[in-house]
Design a protein around this ligand. Structure first.
Ligand SMILES: [Zn+2]
Length: 362
């Protein structure tokens, strides 16, 4: 199996950088199809429109995002984009808006630019769109033809985003190194459909080191709305290192356990990154890893969940835990990428052990 690395064509991050967006995209297109929720549009729409003012032929068509990255939503946006004769898609918002924008551009074979308005997950840099049904259950991962043409991160906009979003993003990024390590040790295939590279592995390692070094400070700065060096570092870790790291470094038990929690309605109030953080602790229990305590302490220091109750799960019956573990261990799940055999029984025991450890530390 060959080694493969995938990444966006260009990544730009900086305070107030969104106001320069036209300069960055003019070679890609000028008739913009802007997919964003009403709320995200309020935060970025005017800045994008202002950057194109007085430019001949440039135009912005705003398409309100309906809230779910579903087939219906994608088809609706594809039709609207085609009708408006736009030549470039900008997806501004969180994971689902971003993934819908990728799918729309992929369908029409036009460039796509991603403008995250929250740093809560690893979606912006990848070439994968997670498709849900109308009930909000994952139905498939769409592998688009290419990764985004540009990911533009305006750190000022992200410094003004809710704190819980940054923290959830750290939870998602926390898994990157440990999943990449498991995939490397097992020789499994990554999400880039090849073997892991030394480059992706080094990025995943840097991602973890950055969180440990700057995570607590970045959260404090986010609370004060300050674009500090620590916040910039964590934004880069949450968005770039975690994105390229998971796609080209691979997924293992942590993300599979997150998907398992999708089968427990009680956990639906928790964000992706929060469930992934707990999934990371469970993976480290399975591995009996040296970093277990450091990771739990980190989670507590930034406010990531370390117990089932913190994830919203109060009914800790064997039946409930088994639902999560069974779903995490189906054949298609990334638990198969662990370097040793993992079954539902082991995952059940590891979830309970993780919960116990978390409770004892709180
Ligand atoms: Zn993730």
């Amino acid at each position: 199996m060959a080694t493969i690395i995938k990444s966006p064509a260009k990544y730009i991050q900086g305070k107030g950088e969104l106001k320069n967006i036209f300069k960055h995209i003019k070679k890609l297109g000028s008739r913009i199809f802007l997919l964003a929720s009403e709320n995200s549009y309020k935060r970025v729409g005017e800045i994008i429109e202002e950057s194109m003012k007085d430019i001949e032929g440039a135009a912005v068509t705003f398409s309100p995002f309906g809230g779910e990255c579903s087939k219906d939503e994608i088809n609706k946006a594809v039709e609207a984009c085609r009708k408006s004769e736009c030549d470039i898609v900008i997806g501004a918002g969180g994971g689902k808006t971003i993934d819908t924008a990728k799918a729309v551009a992929d369908n029409l074979d036009i460039p796509v630019v991603i403008v995250p308005t929250i740093a809560s997950n690893d979606a912006p840099c990848s070439g994968i769109a997670v498709i849900y049904n109308d009930e909000g259950v994952v139905i498939k991962a769409l592998f688009t033809k290419k990764n985004p043409d540009l990911v533009l991160v305006d750190s000022e906009i992200l410094a003004n985003a809710p704190i819980r979003m940054l923290v959830a993003g750290m939870g998602d990024a926390l898994a990157t190194y440990f999943e990449a390590r498991a995939v490397k040790n097992s020789g499994s295939r990554t999400m880039a459909r090849g073997q892991s590279t030394n480059t992706a592995y080094a990025m995943a390692e840097l991602c973890y080191k950055t969180l440990i070094k700057d995570g607590v400070q970045a959260k404090k700065d986010n609370e004060q709305r300050i674009v500090s060096e620590a916040l910039e570092n964590v934004l880069e870790a949450n968005i770039y290192l975690s994105g390229v790291g998971f796609e080209s470094g691979g997924l293992a038990a942590a993300h599979a356990i997150n998907d398992g929690f999708g089968h427990l309605p009680e956990a639906h109030g928790a964000y992706h990154g929060e469930k992934v953080a707990f999934g990371t602790i469970v993976q480290l229990v399975l591995e009996d890893a040296a970093e277990l305590n450091e990771v739990i302490d980190f989670c507590i220091s930034v406010g990531l969940p370390v117990t089932l109750e913190q994830l919203g799960v109060t009914d800790i019956s064997m039946e409930n835990i088994k639902k999560v573990a069974d779903a995490a261990c189906v054949k298609t799940q990334s638990t198969k990428n662990m370097p040793f055999h993992v079954d539902a029984e082991k995952v059940c025991a590891a979830i309970l052990k993780a919960d116990e450890l978390g409770k004892s530390k709180l």
